[in-house]
Design a protein around this ligand. Structure first.
Ligand code: AMP
Length: 426
């Protein structure tokens, strides 16, 4: 099967690694890809906002399956673009329709969806220009902390947890009156703060049936002990020790099933991944957010634990036959540790040569590139989060230890990584 995978991060390298293992894959294209994906297929320089270019490439190469890594093309309607074309609508497309992607693309849509389907989430109200004054009063009377969320995609920066009413009102005004987040902040969700521990659960759905993938926990802060600024993700572990079978049963009954049934009832086309960002409060699960794709770096621990053939799973999803599939998961723990550029998540430089990439990997470890490129025959850094090492172990701690051993042999100017991924499970 001729496959085109869209994206260029660690998530896509992990998916390319898994797709490459399938006997069905031939050939594999990755657009735009990175220096790691280039070893598993052919990188193609496509701009993911240029739907015409993606479509033309698929026609020219007779692509039979498209797998979308990041959210942006989905939120902008790439699925619908393919559906509208007779030359493209037979292609197996892994990723939801524009309407389905609103679960991630509009926080107000996601909250209303959860309300319609009785899915547990923080209590909320939404505000825009038309009820701004009412919003100010609401924010002022809201118990602290209060959570403000820009409705649209804001590159992971649109959520503010405010600990004083003065701050909350100021931020509310900045979003609605001063366009702090541009179009993304024209509507604001104000919600109750939930105090608990977070984890992520992933499903692959065909819009009617679903299979559950292993759950994961990621580490967002730049500093050890979960301190400092937020990042795209500094590491992840799977399984999550506090995700007991009893808790996961509640997650499935109260959250996963009603979500898939809701999509089905509302006739929303959805053949792809759903990322459930959950929080466990007093033993009960609540949804913090939906994403319409896999997470990064969670994919780098989830996909290596998946024992099924990924192309087979995607074909079953595309044909709405996921009820015939049984998922098989590696029982071992997996952990990934991400290295970043010096200065990240603030300003940083790119283009530093990476040493140690040709080392032989120990049998329980995998190296995924997140932001690298090849320049004059050298692999160089090409972004904030640069590469990650995933390892397996009997425990999370053992897996992290193995990744750290590998990372000691890799180096580039300014390289930094957290040494305490999985610390609370040691
Ligand atoms: P989101 O972009 O919705 O995932 O929010 C980013 C982060 O903000 C989440 O991963 C949580 O840590 C935090 N957060 C969002 N909503 C809430 C909430 N209602 N209560 C507590 N923390 C929240």
């Amino acid at each position: 099967m001729k496959i085109l995978l869209l994206g260029s991060g660690g998530r896509e390298h992990a998916m390319a690694w898994k797709l490459h293992q399938s006997v069905w894959t031939n050939p594999l294209f990755i657009a735009p890809g990175n220096a790691g994906t280039a070893k598993l297929g052919t990188n193609v320089a496509l701009n993911l906002s240029d739907f015409d270019a993606i479509g033309s490439f698929c026609i020219k190469e007779n692509i039979e399956m498209v797998v979308v890594g990041p959210e942006e093309p989905l939120v902008k309607g790439l699925y619908d673009y393919f559906q509208a074309s007779e030359e493209l609508n037979k292609i197996h497309f892994i990723g939801p329709s524009k309407q389905g992607a609103r679960l991630e693309g509009s926080k107000a849509f996601a909250k209303a969806f959860m309300e319609r389907h009785n899915i547990p989430t923080a209590a909320y109200r939404e505000f825009d220009q038309t009820n701004f004054e009412e919003g100010i009063r609401y924010v002022n009377e809201h118990p602290l902390p209060v959570v403000l969320k820009a409705d649209g995609l804001a590159a992971g920066k649109g959520v503010l947890i405010c600990t004083s009413h003065i701050e909350a009102v100021a931020e509310f005004e900045l979003m609605l009156q001063q366009n702090k987040f541009g179009d993304a902040g024209r509507k604001v969700v104000v919600e109750e703060f939930l105090d608990g521990i977070e984890l992520s659960v992933f499903a692959l759905t065909d819009g009617k049936n679903y299979v559950l993938l292993p759950e994961a926990k990621d580490y967002k802060r730049i500093g050890e002990g979960d301190r400092g600024l937020n990042t795209g993700g500094m590491g992840a572990v799977s399984p999550v020790p506090f995700a007991s079978p009893g808790f996961m049963h509640k997650v499935e009954e109260r959250i996963i099933k009603p979500t898939i049934e809701g999509l089905n009832k509302e006739n929303i086309d959805y053949k792809g991944f759903i990322f459930f960002g959950l929080i466990k409060v007093n033993g009960q699960p609540f949804v913090i957010e939906y994403n319409c794709r896999m997470g990064d770096p969670e994919t780098e621990v989830v996909i290596p634990r998946l024992e099924n053939d990924l192309v087979g799973l995607f074909v079953a999803a595309a044909k709405q036959e996921l009820h015939t599939v049984k998922i098989s998961i590696d029982k071992r723990s997996a952990a990934t540790v991400m290295t970043v550029s010096g200065g990240y998540p603030g300003s940083f430089e790119k283009g530093f040569a990476i040493e140690g990439l040709d080392l032989e990997m120990p049998p329980d470890s995998l190296l995924f590139h997140a932001a690298t490129m090849e320049k004059d025959g050298q692999v160089v850094t090409n972004g904030g989060r640069v590469l990650c090492v995933t390892s397996f172990g009997k425990t999370v701690t053992e897996a992290v230890q193995k990744s750290r051993e590998v990372l000691k042999k890799i180096d580039y100017d300014g390289m930094y990584y957290r040494k305490d991924i999985g610390y609370e499970f040691a």
